[in-house]
Design a protein around this ligand. Structure first.
Ligand code: OSB
Ligand code: MG
Length: 373
């Protein structure tokens, strides 16, 4: 079913996190999120830009995404006839990088298409292999080890199936040792967000004794070759996050043996069309994938749930309950996780939740409607 986008509404919201989130590149107390609403034939599709507040995870941040969408993507897609949302990404493929900005709009178009067809988002993207999503949690660097142990305890008791802890120089070997001592059997992973160099390989090899499921993106954000060299020195599987921005890079990384697992993030690769290609390449090579998170609001969270229904999402992801992040959600029913650590995939049309418009308006700090001139 074809559509022509008549209007794009950009909206920036500000939402404080329930608890700060700290990675090797910094601490976040409050999210500044850009939401994209695309309007065609009286239907609104919603998408979330997953960029952070600073260009520290990748080159994007809240403001850059706003200007990329307003000045470069919107003029390319407004008034253009798309036969399917799968074509939307191509219209801005001439832009270097800025995948999260472009991915936010692309995801909105998939929601629009699904609503137009009256089907859930997961069906529109060709998913549905899983009716429930297996959930893990990502736990940031804390002020001290006791605080970390208490948080892990809470999440295990809530039913989460895998614990990921953030690491950085000075918060690595001894902290993981303390976690393993207290929780000998928990499925445990560590995410470095590019905090190490190949020269640090002996420190990373020292983590082999802790039986981690994986170590995520230990080396530079744009590095594949060094990861291959590092993987050859480690028993622990490397999971690639930051450095996989396309299916082509995924294929190259897999061929080079730069890692044995891939974390797929919708925004990082520019939307559903490319995320599905990354998924397919990984599946072809027997590389398991899981869905990463970027501290999303309910809108981005719902998109991650739909993505996670593709067949090769076989490991617990970072998509977890809304209440771990927000006092109040932008959708009328928050994302909930069962005591077995599962999210039931919604069956309603589009992304499957209702936007809480009044609440959204109350946390909106800027808004702009773009129409075809
Ligand atoms: O590397 O996975 C990451 C959050 C911000 C930036 C990068 C990452 C993360 C997370 C949080 O790990 C995942 C989540 O709970 O949404
Ligand atoms: Mg990561």
């Amino acid at each position: 079913m074809a559509f022509v986008i008549e209007q794009i509404k950009l909206r920036q919201i500000e939402m404080p996190l329930v608890h700060f989130f700290q990675t090797s590149f910094g601490r976040t107390y409050s999210r500044k999120i850009v939401l994209v609403e695309v309007i065609a034939g009286g239907i609104s599709g919603w998408g979330e830009v997953t960029a952070g507040e600073n260009p520290f995870y990748n080159e994007e941040w809240t403001d850059s995404s706003w200007f990329i969408l307003r000045d470069f993507v919107a003029p390319r897609v407004l008034g253009h006839e798309f036969a399917s949302a799968s074509e939307v990404g191509d219209r801005s493929a001439h832009i270097r990088g800025h995948f999260m900005a472009r991915g936010g709009l692309e995801a909105a178009c998939w929601d629009l298409e699904a609503k137009q067809k009256g089907i859930p988002l997961y069906k529109a993207i060709g998913g549905g292999a899983h009716k429930q999503i297996a959930c893990g949690v990502s736990i940031g660097i804390q002020d001290d080890v006791d605080q970390l142990l208490a948080k892990i305890d809470t999440e295990i008791n809530a039913g989460y199936r895998r614990i990921k802890m953030k690491i950085a120089p000075g918060w690595d070997v001894e902290v993981i040792r303390a976690v393993r001592k207290r929780f000998p059997d928990v499925l445990l992973t560590a995410d470095a967000n590019s905090a190490y160099r190949l020269e640090d390989w002996q420190l990373l090899a020292a983590l082999d004794e802790f039986n981690l499921m994986m170590i995520e993106q230990p080396l530079a954000h744009d590095e594949i070759i060094d990861h291959a060299e590092l993987q050859a020195k480690l028993k622990t599987p490397i999971c690639l996050d930051e450095c996989i921005r396309s299916a082509h890079q995924a294929e190259q990384a897999i061929r080079m043996k730069a890692g044995r697992i891939i974390n797929i993030k919708l925004g990082r690769v520019g939307g559903f069309a490319e995320a599905i290609k990354v998924h397919d390449v990984a599946m072809k090579h027997n590389i398991p994938v899981w869905c990463g998170g970027m501290l999303e609001s309910g809108i981005g969270r719902a998109a991650n749930i739909a993505l996670s229904t593709l067949p090769n999402f076989v490991l617990p992801g970072d998509v977890s309950a809304s209440k771990r992040y927000w006092k109040k959600e932008v959708i009328t029913t928050p994302v909930e996780v069962s005591s077995e650590g599962l999210i039931t995939v919604p069956e309603g049309p589009g992304f499957g939740f209702d936007v809480d418009h009044a609440f959204l308006d109350s946390i909106t700090v800027r808004q702009e409607t773009i129409s075809k001139p």
